[in-house]
Design a protein around this ligand. Structure first.
Ligand code: ADP
Ligand code: ASP
Ligand code: MG
Length: 407
């Protein structure tokens, strides 16, 4: 007998029929004698609609009320899933974040889990009850509902698995595993049997939304056995494992893309010590994360251009912050561009292989795709290109790195 966590994403609980189907999947584990915790997302499309409504009602909305609204989708699916299980003769009870409680910090809209009380749930599991937990939500220090950031039910599931010492955390979604790149864009994407935690962490943080970034970090730190699989088929999924559990010798494991990017070029700033600090300090003070940075060589020896990227949602705020600093920074002009995409090739094999970046640059050059900004880490190379070339670049790189599926 084992204790397991099963997480079902939005498409898996998109309507009542699918929720009944989820209940049947849970029943299989209960029948096998396991203790089961189910974590559910809101029905597909629901959270987007709730986010839209808050924006339409109040443009600069209060983050606490945003959480009150957007957390509601998971309340519905938790209740319905418990009902569907009860109808199959299984003792089941729904749990909202505050009822467990899942305690978080006070960063409404993107809260971090700080602790989870498990005594009551453990007791009920031992009595044969299934716990259906509403994902994505917790309770903050102010006693109000918080949400964990988009895609956050993955984190709820991994956190429950870690806290309960679960044997597995199965994440059921609308694809049957983790692929070399988004299978909805590249038809030749290949399903991986295994991927290393570090690779998945980079993939997630560079835009592959199949697992939320924090959930991967949490699984890695707490040694949670994490698996991604489809709720619609019975095919084996992808296991996220330690690097040394991967036998296949590959340099690049996957390619991710993120459309959530915006670029700002600051033209004509003074080329002297302290300028970068003066430019990026105020952005950091305003909690705006700067990702890629490039400083052009100075043509006249006195001034230069600085280009950097931020999350698209921060663009207006970043421009306002920089305008306020204009006198201090003395730049000539600000050039924003949100028609960009960041493409990243990722693989732990890069540590020991040269030439990965060069193949990326060459492949894009052959397609006439201009690279605007580059950044690298030990296991990743990222480039910023015009968004119009997203599909072309992904397909070309996928082929160039030998990732295409062979029929
Ligand atoms: P859920 O609602 O189940 O959490 P998500 O939409 O958050 O589902 O995540 C699943 C989606 O992630 C897939 O439909 C797929 O389009 C996308 N995706 C992006 N990159 C990858 C990848 N490398 N492997 C698998 N899916 C990916
Ligand atoms: N429902 C939330 C969202 O759409 C959380 C999740 O699905 O993981 O972001
Ligand atoms: Mg998701």
């Amino acid at each position: 007998m084992a204790r397991i966590v099963q997480k079902f994403g939005g498409t898996s609980v998109a309507d009542v029929e699918r929720i009944k189907h989820v209940a049947l999947r849970v029943k299989r584990e209960v029948d096998a004698g396991h203790q089961v915790v189910v974590v559910v997302s809101a029905m597909a499309g629901t959270t987007n609609r709730l986010v839209e409504w808050t924006g339409q009602t109040s443009r600069l909305h209060d983050a606490r009320e945003y959480d009150t609204v957007v957390a509601s989708g998971e309340q519905v699916t938790a209740g319905l899933t418990a009902l569907a299980l009860q109808d199959l003769g299984i003792a089941a009870r729904s749990w909202l974040g505050w009822q467990i409680p899942i305690r978080t910090d006070d960063v409404h809209g993107k809260a971090r889990i700080e602790s989870i009380a498990t005594a009551e749930i453990k007791q009920r599991l031992s009595e044969g009850q299934v716990a259906v937990v509403a994902g994505f939500q917790g309770i903050g220090p102010d006693g109000r509902i918080t949400t964990l950031g988009r895609g956050g039910s993955d984190t709820s599931a991994v956190a429950m698995a870690a806290e309960l010492g679960a044997e597995r955390c199965d994440v059921f979604t609308d694809v049957d595993g983790i692929y070399t790149t988004d299978p909805r864009i590249v038809a030749k994407a290949r399903k991986l049997d295994r991927i290393a935690f570090e690779e998945m962490l980079e993939m997630a943080s560079q835009g592959a939304r199949v697992l939320e970034t924090r959930s991967v970090a949490m699984a890695m730190n707490n040694r949670v056995r994490l698996q991604v699989l489809s709720s619609f088929t019975d095919t084996p999924g992808t296991l996220v494992v330690d690097e040394d559990e991967i036998v296949e010798n590959r340099v690049v494991s996957g390619i991710a893309y993120s459309r959530d990017e915006a670029k700002i070029t600051v033209e004509g700033v003074a080329d002297r010590p302290g300028v970068a600090a003066a430019l990026f300090g105020p952005l950091a003070d305003d909690a705006i994360n700067v990702d890629m940075i490039v400083q052009n060589v100075s043509a006249d020896g006195a001034t230069t251009d600085m280009t950097f990227t931020i999350a698209r949602a921060d663009l207006d705020r970043a421009l306002a912050v920089l305008q306020r600093q204009r006198a201090a920074l003395g730049f000539r002009a600000l050039k924003p561009d949100s028609n960009v995409v960041k493409i990243s090739v990722i693989g732990v094999g890069m540590r020991s292989h040269a030439g990965v970046a060069q193949l990326m640059f060459k492949t894009l050059a052959e397609r006439g795709i201009n690279i605007q900004v580059i950044s690298t880490s030990e296991i990743k190379v990222s480039v910023l290109i015009a968004a119009d070339y997203t599909e072309l670049a992904l397909r070309a790189l996928h082929t160039a790195y030998g990732l295409d599926q062979t029929e």
